[in-house]
Write a protein that binds this ligand. Structure first.
Ligand SMILES: *Cc1c(COP(=O)(O)O)cnc(C)c1O
Length: 396
């Protein structure tokens, strides 16, 4: 496959071999648990090179492998390992990078279950500890380093408040101290933020968001060097056994063909929606790295090649009934968690937090009742703006 070909072409054609699939225009699904060999000698030889031979589908499967090759190429990594969810990928990468009693530096406002993993589960099981930093200042990281710090865990842009971390600065610091770095790059995708080229050791994604893009699969991936990812493949993947179903991998393969063109549309619509919201009298703030008013806009321009469709904004009203009327007043934006699919979605953090916290505690966390997160989908942007405008009329 020519090295000079562009992203769009590679996502469709690279690593595919029509002769091996009877000319079928779409690669078939290898829906089999094991692979048979013609004699003793050939299976014996396969075991000598387990990395490059198909033996059993908990280890390697050709459909899964094809997607891994395409994702690794897209991300500029040497190797990728698919997982059946983003959380499986995150947990595997953390177990790989850590050892008992290790210390982790992570950013505040991490994706909730990842925060839970670092704050509760790993400390209980492996006696690890974690320091959370805002991540906006390199001094935060310098001050948090301890002798046993083994991992710096980033999420940039973070998907709660969209704060950015200066990835090249942080990886430079980490390398000086022999600390591994990991980033949850789900918001930007490998296309819009080349984390590995900025020195990151382990890039993880939830494939359930833009990479999947059709709201019909749950998946995850870890990308990195051969050395890092092969260790994950032979240990956390094979031993814990979180295998990716060939059918799910194949759906992801379908999705990757349209990822670049989908992202262009998400970006174009989200920018228009963000600008519309920013100009609305009932909205006090819009959080979107693509807006010039975004506090880290310049840093974003350095790190990102573009923007995707997830953003949040703050309604001026703090009247819960009005906030509910706004959310319920949306028709095209459907109410639900997750994001990155073809369809537009709306979610308010207050829906989950108010189950555990009072309104006052909630406001004290720096989140507001009127905080609303939307995923701008692929519907026509004029319809999306009309929908928001109608729903905003429910607020006095
Ligand atoms: C959804 C999400 C995950 C977890 O991915 P799953 O596929 O749902 O397990 C991790 N990080 C971020 C930023 C996410 O949005």
């Amino acid at each position: 496959m020519s090295k000079d070909r562009k992203l769009e072409t590679n996502l469709m054609h690279s690593f595919e071999n029509k002769e091996n699939q009877l000319g079928a225009v779409v690669p078939p699904i290898f829906q089999n648990s094991l692979f048979t060999y013609k004699d003793w000698e050939s299976i014996d030889a396969a075991f000598d090179d387990r990395t490059n031979n198909y033996i059993y589908s908990r280890g390697k499967n050709p459909t899964v492998r094809l997607v891994e090759e395409k994702i690794a190429q897209m991300a500029g990594g040497e190797q990728a390992q698919l997982f059946p969810s983003g959380m499986a990928a995150i947990t595997a990468a953390c177990l790989h990078a850590l050892e008992p009693n290790a210390h982790i530096i992570a950013i505040k406002n991490l994706y909730g279950p990842a925060n839970n993993l670092l704050s509760n589960y790993l400390p209980k099981k492996m006696n690890t500890s974690v320091t959370f930093v805002s991540g906006e200042d390199i001094e935060d990281f310098k001050n948090a380093i301890q002798d046993n710090t083994k991992l710096i865990y980033l999420e940039s842009p973070s998907t709660a408040v969209f704060s950015l971390q200066d990835i090249p600065e942080i990886t430079k610091l980490a390398k000086k101290h022999g600390i591994k770095t990991m980033i949850d790059n789900t918001w930007a995708t490998p296309i819009l933020q080349s984390a590995i080229a900025m020195g990151i050791d382990l890039e993880v994604h939830s494939c359930s968001k833009y990479l999947g893009g059709h709201s019909d699969i749950i998946g995850g991936v870890v990308i990195g060097s051969h050395k890092e990812v092969e260790s994950i493949a032979l240990n956390e993947y094979e031993l814990l056994g979180p295998k990716t179903a060939p059918q799910e991998a194949w759906l992801l393969l379908r999705s990757l063909r349209t990822l670049p063109i989908r992202l262009k549309q998400h970006q174009s619509s989200a920018l228009k929606v963000a600008e519309y919201l920013e100009g609305h009298s009932k909205i006090s703030r819009v959080h979107y790295p693509g807006l010039k008013s975004f506090p880290q806009y310049e840093l974003g321009k350095k790190l990102l090649k573009g923007y995707t469709g997830l953003l949040s904004f703050k309604l001026k009203t703090t009247n819960l009934n009005e906030i509910k009327a706004f959310v319920n007043g949306l028709n095209i934006f459907q109410i639900g968690v997750s994001w990155g699919g073809h369809e537009s979605l709306v979610y308010a953090p207050a829906i989950s937090y108010l189950k555990e916290l009072s309104e006052e505690q909630f406001e004290n966390m720096g989140i507001s009742l009127g905080d609303i997160r939307i995923s701008v989908g692929l519907e026509h942007v004029d319809d999306l703006i009309d929908d928001l405008q109608n729903a905003l009329e429910h607020i006095q």
